[in-house]
Design a protein around this ligand. Structure first.
Ligand code: UD1
Length: 429
């Protein structure tokens, strides 16, 4: 199993290209199931989760082709995927595939909408608390599907097609909103979603569906209206920049010190997180090429933050912010409101000498003068990158084990950081 070795203490200088967003790429790939025509996605990040979803979609009969590079493109431009679901050969998504990535459960929406049936294993994915699918099932029921649960599988049937309906989510759910968009796009009649997720990835998926012929309005607000259409066609769509990757590198620069331009990204995708960084004393500025982040000499000021659905502070940056706050000059408080049990990184950060006290959903972090490198273990996708951030500022050597978690969501992390002067390398095997 690969490990990553980091020797801390070097400031970061230069630029880091930001990849396409994983959390938009996955639902966009799944949207290919809605049409018999090819869907072409550009700026797709090279990630283990994308490869796994290719296999899952392949199982349903989706033909996936990775386009070659075009003149003038660099390897950092991401891949172009051509997805063609001309014929769905299998409506079952088996346990051994779905259990490895939670988002693959989302195939259930398009399969029921287009074929009238789906049998999808209950999901797995990151071990961050219980992550039920009751609200996704509610969506399909509201649109007229019959649901049965048998042997760990959800069976959804709508032999005469789905019909529009009103969906009011009791809590904001990204996966529930994606499922509602995709299922309602091909339903008969109008669907109104209330308390919809407002994440930029929802807007990106709605934009792509509209290019495919869907009639969706209001994406990005908490009320989305979808007028169902009889069929969707192919489209070409460029995946938006990854705001979590952007925020992660912004925190890495804040932690290590230095001055870095995060290229091909936009500040409006993560304004709340950038505001928190500014509050902590980091200089953040928007440029034509992206977002510039600098911390030269100034100390890190403590902050108090609660995670919240977009436009709030993202839960997917909580672990990274906590790593940064381990070195703040004072006491910080971070409250996790989205996922229970999303504090697995705490025990690993403590191995660096961090002082963190957990009380229910709130972590109190007392900043320390210096962290010391240590052998640590990646536990989930976002938690593992928080260990890399801690290591960048720790004295001496850190070895991060189980980095396959990192490979699920961060494209060439060690190359991007090494290019800015970090002493970081992957050790294979
Ligand atoms: C997505 C993101 C993930 C991010 C999360 C919250 C992708 C691929 N993943 O995950 O990176 O951390 O949004 O921003 O985009 N819930 C229920 N019942 C359900 C569904 C969800 O109770 O049927 C709860 C969850 O347990 C959680 C909350 O709703 O407490 C939000 O989860 P949700 O927004 O659905 O997360 P995901 O879509 O799985």
């Amino acid at each position: 199993m690969d490990r990553i070795r980091i020797v801390g203490g070097r400031p970061l200088q230069g630029s880091i290209p930001i990849s396409g967003a994983k959390n938009a790429t996955l639902p966009l790939m799944i949207a290919s199931l809605l049409t018999a025509d090819p869907l072409i996605l550009e700026n797709v990040p090279r990630l283990a989760d994308v490869r796994l979803l290719q296999r899952i979609l392949g199982n349903h009969g989706v033909d996936v082709m990775i386009g070659g590079k075009r003149a003038g493109e660099s390897t950092y431009d991401g891949e172009t995927l051509h997805l063609s679901a001309a014929r769905i050969v299998d409506t079952t998504a088996p346990y051994d595939l779905v259990s490895r990535m939670r988002a693959s459960f989302w195939v259930i929406g398009p399969l029921v909408a287009r074929i009238g049936e789906a049998k999808v294993s209950m999901p797995g994915g990151c071990a961050i608390g219980t992550r039920p699918v009751d609200l996704l099932i509610m969506v399909l029921e509201r649109l007229g599907a019959e649901i049965a649960i048998d042997g760990g599988y959800v069976l959804a049937r709508a032999p005469r097609g789905l019909r529009g309906g009103d969906i009011a989510f009791p809590k904001v759910t990204v996966g529930g909103t994606h499922t509602a968009l995709m299922a309602a796009a091909l339903a008969d009649g109008t669907t109104v979603i209330d308390n919809a997720a407002r994440e930029p990835e929802i807007v990106d998926v709605a934009d792509c569906l509209n290019k495919m012929g869907a009639r969706i309005s209001g994406a990005g607000s908490s009320r989305i209206v979808i007028d169902g259409v009889a069929r969707l066609s192919g489209a070409r769509h460029r995946v938006l920049p990854d705001r979590i990757e952007t925020g992660t590198y912004a925190m890495a620069v804040a932690m290590a010190g230095g001055d870095v331009l995060l290229e091909n990204t936009r500040p409006d995708l993560l304004q709340t997180a950038l505001d928190v960084l500014s509050e902590s004393g980091v200089v953040v500025s928007a440029t034509n090429e992206g977002v510039r982040v600098a911390r030269n000499g100034a100390g890190i000021a403590p902050v108090t933050v609660r995670t919240a659905p977009f436009p709030g502070f993202p839960t997917d940056l909580q672990a990274q912010l906590m790593a940064l706050m381990t070195r703040a000059k004072g006491t910080s408080r971070i409250t996790e409101t989205i996922f229970e049990n999303r504090f697995m990184h705490v025990q690993e950060l403590v191995r660096f000498g961090a002082r963190i006290h957990l009380d229910g959903e709130t972590a109190t972090i007392e900043g320390v003068e210096q962290l010391r490198g240590a052998p640590v273990m990646a536990t989930d996708l976002r938690a593992s990158v928080s260990l890399v951030i801690a290591a960048l500022a720790a004295e001496g050597e850190t070895m991060v084990h189980r980095v396959y978690h990192l490979d699920r969501g961060f494209e060439r992390l060690e190359d991007k950081l090494a290019a800015c002067g970090a002493e970081i390398a992957r050790i294979s095997g």
